[in-house]
Write a protein that binds this ligand. Structure first.
Ligand code: GRF
Length: 252
């Protein structure tokens, strides 16, 4: 396995190598592709892997010139064999960071441990609420609406052995409106997801994330690499203190 590079760009001077795991349409993947292309983060996506043959996310990767690999979990004799293939592909691409962008397979402790501290997931609610086993897609939004919560949002977090319970990197809230359906709430949350994941990857790539227990400390930009001139400032990351929590502001 390649050597882990927890300090990001500031240490090595080369762009962070990112692998993205997908299962679906790849809207979040597209946001990451666009952010890399726009120079908003010192990172490049070096491989996209789908466990679903024909997933549209693979088309997005190919259109961007990124190697797109299908590893159909159903064609492997066991979960372990599937994950071995995943690891071999990711290691072969020399990834520093793995992003789960709509990847609908549970990963075993062995896989999670192998990528500890460099495996991120995005969830379409404000964790630790509305997460855990079976909470994905519209089920999340249906549960939020049924609960009567007035606020939902999205969360980008490091993946640990427990589903949706790892250290939180970025959260973005959105209001729940009286007449919301799962579809309208999902669309509002999605808009924030497209901003939140690129921000989390950028912070990682700039070497600004430190995991302390179940919390993530976000170092100010000056402590990591110098900001790229065309990179948007991270919302609320200019606090005077030595570190700050990152929360995207919901658009009005
Ligand atoms: C997002 O809602 C994400 O939170 C969830 O899957 C969705 C992304 O799907 N894990 P895609 O990018 O459109 O395939």
């Amino acid at each position: 396995m390649p050597e882990r590079r927890p300090e990001g760009l500031g240490r090595t001077g080369s762009p962070l190598r990112v692998g993205v795991l997908v299962s679906g349409t790849g809207t979040v993947l597209q946001a990451l592709i666009d952010a890399c292309r726009a120079g908003e983060m010192p990172a490049e996506i070096v491989v996209v892997i789908s466990n679903v043959p024909g997933a549209f996310a693979l088309e997005r990767a190919r259109a961007a010139g990124i190697p797109a690999v299908t590893l159909d979990h159903r064609s492997f004799p066991s979960r372990a064999a599937f994950e071995t293939a995943l690891r071999t592909t990711l290691d072969g691409a020399g990834v520093d960071l793995v992003c789960l962008a709509g990847f609908l397979r549970i990963l075993t402790p062995g896989f999670v441990d192998a990528f500890a501290g460099r495996l991120m997931n995005i969830h379409p609610a404000l964790l630790p609420a509305f997460g855990g086993k079976g909470m994905y897609g519209d089920r999340v939004h249906e549960t939020v609406l049924a609960s009567g919560a007035r606020v939902s949002g999205c969360t980008v977090h490091f993946v640990t052995r427990d589903a949706d319970a790892g250290p939180i990197i970025v959260q973005a809230p959105v209001p729940v409106e009286d007449d919301d359906t799962p579809a309208t709430l999902s669309a509002r949350v999605r808009r924030e997801e497209l901003r939140a994941f690129p921000l989390a990857v950028r912070l990682f790539a700039e070497g600004r994330l430190r995991i302390a227990g179940n919390r993530v400390r976000v170092l100010p930009a000056a402590a990591g690499s110098p900001p790229r001139t065309n990179a948007p400032a991270a919302p609320q990351d200019t606090a005077a203190g030595p570190e700050t929590r990152v929360r995207l502001r919901a658009k009005p």
